[in-house]
Ligand binder design. Sequence first.
Ligand SMILES: [Zn+2]
Length: 179
Amino acid sequence: MAEIELLREEIDNDQLPAICLHCGDPNVVWRNKLFVLVPRAAYYGLALGWLPGALILLVMIKRFRMRVPLCEAHKNHWLWRQIVVWGSLPGFLLGLAYVTLFLPPDVVVLAWIAAPLTWASLAFVLRLTSISPTAMTGGSITLIGVDERFQRMVNEDRMMLDLRMRKAAQDRPGGATIT
Ligand SMILES: [Zn+2]
């Protein structure tokens, strides 16, 4: 798995390779995807308490919408992870409520430590194994976990484009010779 920075200009001009972002399969469907990135610094706000922390998170959170190519097998690459993470949350909360109401205090304490940790670990592992953003600016997004062929094709396309632009500059009357 590889990491690559994609430019907004390439995305908007449909210059991304039409192969699956996850496995390199050439039979793709293009899906709309909203990537969300919470800068690490935003988590420090949680030290101020849940409410100020949540407000700081909301202000600092970054979003990047783009079309991504995915094959039939991976077109729900993020969806099933979201279903597992958010779908399991009510189960964890119900379990905690049951334990709190009906079980002895020492079990309750243990459950309140173990349940949030287990849920957070589950969310963390599923995110770690998915294609996810590591950086975002207004003009680019860096994704980790992409297929190496996808990364290679983007780089090859950039080299070709660069060559064509150099050639066009050379061919222009009076154009400078660029080596
Ligand atoms: Zn795929």
